[in-house]
Design a protein around this ligand. Structure first.
Ligand code: GLN
Length: 246
């Protein structure tokens, strides 16, 4: 059994708004508490990405101007490696601005930022208010329904291709575009490419989801991870659900 979770953060200094680094800290702590190793590397603009050297690739949220810097680099220099990683069943987990770059393009007032095309979706910055607020979605990852609760703040509206699976259905909040009732995406050859608009950061409020990401990245069932005392995490989850109104 793999006993080290190797995480690679893409553009950690540019794509990190809304305390998204907390997602990485939570993954690290839960590995340490379980006696699993944890390795974190970062790749930035111009760096090469080795698809075989990591189990989980993470892209956080970013403002439009930081996204524009990363989009070109990701689509030209890192696209191939990310496709190989997804084909090999590695986890690619992207939040908000990072999520928008998983698809074909992010159309920002007529300027198209390229995406890496890992999933069939497109994002468009439309006139109208930003989609902001607490949000809760229902997610089914392994046959059991769970609630993921967090916070969203995006100007882009994301539309999934007809065959593309969302990560979940909106219970409260806006989700991908404020209309479809879908939130996020789950795709890739092995269903291991996951994007979502939820931050805050997301994982400390949804430790169950962090465990699913960890187990999937290590090719384990969640039940094979050692149980932890999750009283604080459960309270954080309950508070996030209450904030969203469910
Ligand atoms: N810049 C993107 C948007 O406004 C993503 C924002 C974010 O990551 N919070 O849609």
């Amino acid at each position: 059994m793999a006993d080290v979770l190797r995480v690679c953060a893409l553009y950690p200094d540019l794509m990190n708004i809304y305390a998204d680094r907390g997602n990485l800290q939570l993954l690290q702590r839960r590995c340490e508490w379980r006696g699993l190793g944890f390795e974190l590397s970062g790749v930035g603009l111009g760096d090469s990405l080795d698809p075989d050297a990591h189990d989980l690739f993470y892209v956080g949220g970013g403002q439009d101007r930081d996204q524009a810097l990363c989009a070109e680099d990701m689509a030209s220099d890192k696209r191939e490696a990310l496709h190989k990683a997804a084909d090999d069943g590695k986890v690619i987990f992207a939040v908000c601005g990072g999520y928008q770059l998983l698809g074909h393009a992010y159309d920002l007032d007529g300027t198209k930022l390229p995406g890496v095309g890992l999933v069939d979706l497109e994002t468009v910055r439309e006139d109208g208010p930003r989609l902001i607020g607490n949000v809760a979605i229902e997610v089914e990852l392994d046959g059991t329904p769970h609630v993921l609760a967090g916070f969203e703040n995006h100007g882009g509206r994301t539309r999934l291709g007809a065959q593309t699976r969302p990560l979940g259905r909106v219970l409260k909040g806006h989700g991908n575009d404020g209309r479809s009732g879908f939130e996020g995406v789950r795709g890739g050859a092995h269903g291991t490419v996951v994007g979502t608009y939820l931050h805050g950061p997301l994982l400390p409020k949804n430790a169950w989801f962090a465990d699913w990401l960890t187990a999937t990245a290590l090719h384990l069932a969640v039940s094979e991870l050692a149980p932890l005392d999750d009283r604080l995490e459960d309270a954080a989850h309950a508070a996030a659900r209450r904030a969203a109104g469910i």
